[in-house]
Design a protein around this ligand. Structure first.
Ligand SMILES: Nc1ncnc2c1ncn2[C@@H]1O[C@H](COP(=O)(O)OP(=O)(O)O)[C@@H](O)[C@H]1O
Ligand SMILES: [Mg+2]
Length: 327
């Protein structure tokens, strides 16, 4: 056991989450910014998550405090909106901004379900309803605005790598992409999760459970809708599966039904622009979709995304018109 891991065990004991018996920290497949472990405890399995002091990717300067704190705050706030939407946070550990949450047994990650061909439009709709519920509850709320002042982090982890990086490498699209980035950074409307990807959503019997809110910020809710829709549209091309396009449409429809804080057509147009930019980022950006390796798949995404950046479409229309192949 590494020194840091022994530390974690000591902190879990101090927090009263485990007793003095043997403890196994079982690594969970994770991303590039945290250590994530499953730990058996006398009251059932828990997950311990600790932000790395340095990310294994860009934005190395971001302190773990910012990411760990925003994640715990988002999880608690989302549960306050609807307890089914996020795992229960059990303890914040005193060092390293680690925290413990309840492990949800028997809940696959949505991405794995989609790849296995289990594409459920009703579940996609529940994802749309869930995101909209958090946005609606936090819209125009001064306490939430004050609790998530994470603009620098959102800029470094989202706006720069996904939108401005592409702008810097594409003179034709640069003015439009810079305008999209400036608009995204300026809007302070509701609590944004920041990483609503199928790999961060568990499929539970009670509907979607959202994880991994390290990028949470008070910002433009259109971003969450665009980010998740982008993943479904990319997978529709990769897997050439019309049901993924239908799932994206169901997600957008359900989200739209939950918009009660602003004009829904304004939001859907912003989400359409952001989705176009994010689609292009996933073939040209710093963080390309790892599964889009086929040249033809990339062309399908690139051509549609470029056209949509230059001639934007509201997200509902974009999703309906999205093509999975060149023909
Ligand atoms: N509370 C939980 N219950 C069940 N599985 C979880 C839980 N939290 C995380 N996981 C699993 O661990 C993986 C990584 O967790 P995540 O919070 O997404 O961290 P990372 O930043 O490493 O992506 C998830 O994809 C999921 O499979
Ligand atoms: Mg994750």
């Amino acid at each position: 056991m590494e020194q840091g891991d022994a530390d974690i065990v000591g902190q879990l004991r101090a927090a009263g989450l485990i007793d003095n018996g043997d403890v196994v920290l079982e690594p969970l497949t994770g991303g590039v910014s945290c250590d994530v472990w499953k730990v058996e405890t006398p009251t059932g399995p828990i997950v311990v998550k600790r932000p790395l002091a340095q990310l294994r990717v860009a934005a190395e300067w971001l302190a773990p405090v910012e990411r760990g704190t925003s994640e715990v705050r988002w999880l608690r706030r989302a549960r306050g909106v609807d307890a089914r939407l996020a795992p229960e946070v059990l303890a914040e550990l005193p060092t390293g901004h680690a925290f413990a949450m309840r492990f949800l047994p028997g809940c696959p990650v949505w991405k794995d379900e989609l790849i296995a061909g289990r594409v459920d439009a009703d579940f996609a709709a529940a994802v749309g309803r869930g995101i909209a519920a958090v946005h609606s509850a936090t819209a125009d709320n001064d306490a939430d605005r004050a609790a998530f002042p994470n603009d620098a982090m959102f800029a470094a982890l989202r706006v720069d790598p996904f939108i401005l990086y592409v702008a810097d490498h594409d003179a034709e699209l640069a003015p439009t992409l810079r305008a999209i980035a400036a608009d995204l950074s300026a809007r302070k409307i509701a609590l944004v999760h920041g990483d609503v990807s199928p790999k961060n959503i568990l499929v539970s019997a009670d509907g979607p459970v959202f994880l991994d809110a390290e990028c949470a910020v008070y910002g433009d809710p259109a971003f969450d809708l665009a980010f998740c829709t982008t993943h479904l549209l990319l997978k529709a091309v990769w897997l050439d599966d019309a049901r993924l396009g239908a799932a994206a449409a169901a997600l957008v429809d359900a989200y739209r039904a939950g918009i009660d804080w602003e004009d829904s057509s304004d939001l859907l147009l912003r989400a359409g622009k952001l989705t176009a930019a994010l689609l292009l980022a996933r073939v040209e950006g710093k963080s390309p979709a790892p599964y889009l390796t086929d040249a033809e798949h990339k062309t399908v995404v690139r051509e549609q995304a470029r056209a949509l950046i230059l001639a934007p479409s509201p997200l509902d229309a974009l999703v309906t018109q999205w093509k999975r192949t060149l023909s």
